[in-house]
Design a protein around this ligand. Structure first.
Ligand code: S5P
Length: 263
């Protein structure tokens, strides 16, 4: 696997994408490759979990459209927590429409995602125009995009040529696209350094009865060469143990990274 033996710090020094540099430096500084997926539906719960898990994570992943009582103050408070605990924010919007539509979905509407999310993601099913549309809004704001090249669920159609073409699209937009949601590392040459953020990570269960499939942090980081582990229910599914679980996944992810780099 190419580039996986390098440290996050070394990769930050050389990375062509500004958002990736920020994330890699943050990961090294904080000694965390853990992203929490906070898929809860109330503002108070989201903020409470963000505050408790904050010290252990590099990235907070949101599904902002599932919050029943969303308001602009939620975003202000998330931004304050991000500064206080030193994490970045990733809105898992999974854009999937034509360029002209996604740029409005990204910059406008109720959520104004581009104004607060450092990172967002997109499906590649519409073709490259989706990247052009999102880039028009995100690049001037210093935002970064990741593409879904491989999903975690059973029977996902994101495989074979779809995955190969998704990587080719990313290669043509490296000022804005810096990585993938995937289950494996995607680099093909030593010059390439796409980050892989990987969901479907769990220490205690193998599935959820709705298609989700879990690997351990060790498997994701060491065997599959992924860079960031995304953990949802493994952490927020234990509301009384958010800190304990966040620390547990942070340690498992970081130990796996140290093993991979032979540090
Ligand atoms: O392929 C994917 C892509 C994503 S972004 N599979 C996923 O599960 N996700 C997201 O990761 C999903 O939307 C959820 O927010 C998180 C996984 O949550 P968990 O509770 O299964 O750990």
């Amino acid at each position: 696997m190419i580039n996986t033996f390098k440290t996050y710090a070394d990769r930050a020094q050389q990375h062509p994408n500004a958002c990736a540099r920020d994330l890699l430096m943050l990961m090294e500084r904080k000694k965390s490759n853990l992203s929490i997926a906070v898929d809860v539906t109330s503002k108070a719960e989201l903020l409470s979990i963000a505050n408790q898990a904050g010290p252990y994570i590099c990235l907070l992943k949101t599904h902002i459209d599932i919050v029943d009582d969303f308001d602009a103050d939620l975003v202000d408070q998330l931004e304050t927590l991000a500064k206080q605990h030193d994490f970045m924010i990733f809105e898992d919007r999974k854009f999937a429409d034509i360029g002209n539509t996604v740029k409005r979905q990204y910059g406008n509407g109720v959520y104004k995602i581009a104004s607060w999310a450092h990172i967002t993601n997109a499906h590649t099913v519409p073709g490259e125009g989706i990247i052009d549309g999102l880039k028009e809004v995100g690049l001037p704001l210093g935002r970064g995009l990741i593409l879904l090249s491989e999903m975690s669920t059973k029977g996902a159609l994101t495989k074979g040529d779809y995955t190969v073409e998704s990587v080719a699209m990313a290669r043509r937009h490296q000022d804005f696209v810096f990585g993938f949601i995937a289950q494996h590392q995607m680099n093909e040459t030593p010059d390439e350094d796409f980050l892989v953020l990987t969901p479907g990570v769990g220490l205690d269960v193998k599935g959820d009865g709705m298609g989700q499939q879990y690997h351990t942090p060790h498997d994701a980081i060491v065997s599959r060469g992924c860079d960031v582990i995304i953990v949802g229910r493994g952490i927020y599914g234990h509301p009384d143990q958010i800190q304990t679980q966040a620390q547990r996944y942070r340690d498992a992810g970081w130990d796996a990274y140290l093993e991979r780099c032979k540090l």
